[in-house]
Design a protein around this ligand. Structure first.
Ligand SMILES: [Zn+2]
Length: 362
């Protein structure tokens, strides 16, 4: 049994190397789709794909990492552990399920320790129809000047004004104002974009090529930064449709939460990446979750995101400060302890096996 912690990395470049090595050791070819920019250490960036199982498999399980950049440390470690896990791969083969590993959906954010893409876009809010009116987020409009003030760290009166807003409207309203995404402030937090990002376009090609023939499609997308440390919340990642949610709960348990009915720690969201599956693979019955692992308390994650965004807006700020911000972003979205990594791999493996069983059932 290979150490489940061995696949976790300390940089994007190392994560990519480990993914390529783990895939090749499993006898799989890796196809990289080159990103136009360079990483934090000058390395090349790519969305990397490895697949096991025939091209015409009736059932396909997608396991993806790095939708939110820096959160990719977690998903990459899980992908590498599952690639090294001969028992897991044999279970997939026995179930007749092809596996598609998509490594670093947002490689730029992964490398630069940002949650967003190089376009400053939250990839999980970017799946909008940009020819239609975009959602409005008036609560974000109200608080942005406090979230991202002219000076950093924020003056005490700025923090006091923000705290007063939260006391008046509630912490749930604050979380929703931030994380539901916004489309009016391209240099702001949780910006959903005005166009499809590189990652959206690239993933769309991957899905059309790899998932355009299967009849049954499952997707587990790995995330971090919400919930109790080390706990994996299984969040329904699909349409607000009773049959799809019931199928997700039949596969992954009654604890599957939904942003549609208020059972998740995440507020209702739109423009999410899972929309790609039914839109681009309409021939398949789609079932998916985001597997969201807790790291630091939510307030610490928000503070790291504010600081990261402030430095992004202020390129004149000193380089040492930016490096420290990257370290705090990483610490907010990646817990570098063996206990956390082992627990993350065990919960992810269990969820992936449940997906195999669900896909194999008639
Ligand atoms: Zn995420």
């Amino acid at each position: 049994m290979i150490d489940p912690c061995a696949g976790f990395a300390t940089s994007y470049a190392q994560a990519r190397q480990r993914f390529v090595a783990a895939a090749e050791a499993a006898g799989l070819e890796v196809h990289g789709r080159a990103h136009p920019m360079l990483g934090v250490d000058g390395e090349t960036l790519a969305m990397d794909i490895a697949r096991s199982g025939p091209a015409d498999a009736a059932a396909l399980l997608i396991l993806s990492s790095g939708c939110h950049g820096v959160e990719g440390y977690c998903g990459s470690g899980v992908q590498n552990a599952l690639l090294a896990d001969a028992g897991f791969r044999a279970a997939a083969a026995r179930a007749g399920v092809a596996l598609l590993f998509v490594h670093a959906l947002n490689p730029y954010g992964f490398s630069w320790s940002r949650r967003v893409t190089h376009e400053n876009v939250d990839l999980n809010r970017n799946w909008q129809d940009f020819s239609a009116p975009l959602p409005r987020n008036p609560a974000y409009d109200e608080i942005e000047h406090w979230l991202l003030p002219a000076q950093w760290p924020p003056a005490p009166e700025v923090e006091a004004a923000l705290a007063a807003w939260i006391a008046r409207r509630g912490i749930g309203a604050f979380q929703a104002a931030l994380s539901q995404g916004q489309y009016a402030h391209p240099e702001g937090l949780f910006f959903g974009g005005h166009d499809p990002t590189w990652s959206r376009q690239t993933l769309s090609h991957v899905l059309q090529e790899q998932a355009g023939r299967c009849r049954r499609l499952a997707w587990i997308d790995f995330h971090t930064g919400l919930g109790p440390c080390g706990h994996g919340e299984r969040i329904h990642a699909g349409p607000d449709d009773a049959a799809t949610l019931a199928r997700a709960r039949a596969w992954w348990g009654a604890q599957v939460t939904s942003t549609h009915d208020g059972s998740s720690t995440s507020p209702p969201l739109s423009g999410m990446m899972w929309n790609a599956a039914p839109a681009l693979c309409p021939q398949a019955e789609y079932t998916g979750i985001a597997l969201e692992f807790g790291t630091l308390p939510l307030q610490a994650c928000w503070q790291a995101l504010r600081e990261d965004q402030w430095f992004e807006r202020h390129p004149e700020a000193d380089a040492g400060g930016r490096a420290a911000v990257r370290a705090r972003m990483r610490a907010a979205f990646y817990v570098e302890t063996d206990d956390w990594k082992r627990s993350v791999v065990a919960q992810s493996r269990a969820a992936a096996l449940q997906a195999l069983a669900g896909l194999a059932a008639p």
